[in-house]
Ligand binder design. Sequence first.
Ligand SMILES: *Cc1c(COP(=O)(O)O)cnc(C)c1O
Length: 478
Amino acid sequence: MQTTAAPTQEAKPQITHPSQLPAVDKLLLSEAMQALRHSHGGEACTLAVREVLSDLRRRVLAGETLHCDSADMVAMASQRIATRFAPRLRPVFNLTGTVLHTNLGRALLPQSAIDAVVQAMSAPANLEYDLEDGSRGDRDDLVESLICELTGAEAATIVNNNAAAVLLVLSTLAMGKEVVVSRGELVEIGGAFRIPDVMTRAGAKLVEVGTTNRTHEKDYLGAIDENTAALMKVHCSNYAITGFTKAVSDADVAGIAHEKGLPMIVDLGSGTLIDMRDWGLPYEVTVRETVEAGADIVTFSGDKLLGGPQAGIIVGKKELIAQIKKNPLKRALRVGKITMAALEPTLRLYLNPETLAQELTTLRLFTRKATDMQAQAEQLQPLLQSALGQHYVVETAAMNSQIGSGALPVENLPSFGLRIYPASSKQAGRQLTQLEERFRTLPRPVIGRLHDDALWLDLRCLEADMQAQFAQQLGKLA
Ligand SMILES: *Cc1c(COP(=O)(O)O)cnc(C)c1O
């Protein structure tokens, strides 16, 4: 849209006064505008043309000499329309190496969940309708028995996300009272979810016990008095305290709570339903183990290790869940039908562990073999090298993926991908930033990771069926 200093500017009419600009109607009636009116409507075209003309008028009045004709102005308007109608939420390639990337939308849903979501969006469904006796139902009923079967819990309820789950649980069980938490577990999750702050908003008072690295049973016992509503454990999901440490096990905290007639709450964060070691992955405590250890309430996310939609799942003792469901906040935090539609088939996949790693997209990504990614890297390396030219070096490289979203923060999954860096050390920093930007501004943006003076593209999340689309747009990097 350069209107000055273009090589053809001699041929273009010179505009030095606003009166030389065409009328809005003249541009609107031009041939090129007709197609745009057809696709985007007269209103959007009029608005765009007005904006272009008023922008040009401003520039002329500021003393600028324009070199452009009506066709250029229509092109400018067309560009404005394209920008205005372009979606803001766009698919990207997540080559960061972090599978559950919160900023990139966390879990990818399994196909059965995607199909169910499309159904739920396009047809009425029995969201809160009991098809057996025609009476009003409860949306939690759609998944409660499935969740109980998979976790061993007595009852379950679903809210918008795990942060909402923690808020609702504390507001129900501890409003106006105290909750005892180990100092080593006062976590902040990205996006400013801090247990102390959530506690305040829920109307509960936090009582910290122990020290950052060591908490003992006697610390919990010493903190309990007549104002105590519950003992709480928070899973250290995005950090690890190592070295000289001591934490009290879930079972021991539950034992202390029950001895004093109090409930024990666990915010599990990610909350897996399976023993991940069975799939060759690092161990993460399961929801079932936490329930079996004696936790009365356990909360976890739907879109972390579980691999489903954004949701907060609360499981636990029947009478506590009943109390939680009666809290007026539940109505404010409940999930919509789209979430329910996605959650149910995702959970159902867990009924067949034999097909889980194939069907559950996140687990399929976690369990991809490094040799798969290596083969892809070897195919893509020459394509990328020729697209980027001699100023960059493209190498295949072993790297480590992460599960992400706080799950297993210190465990890595061996992976493979491409490492790209400037060929010359001159202005290497700027070249690297530019490189990252070139990938980010592709039609389907490619998000990698800058590390050690190179751009790393981890191919774990580029499954075979996406590779052609990835390769196709590489020409645009040049
Ligand atoms: C991720 C996480 C949360 C927040 O869960 P969302 O589903 O993102 O709201 C809360 N607590 C812990 C321990 C977490 O790991």
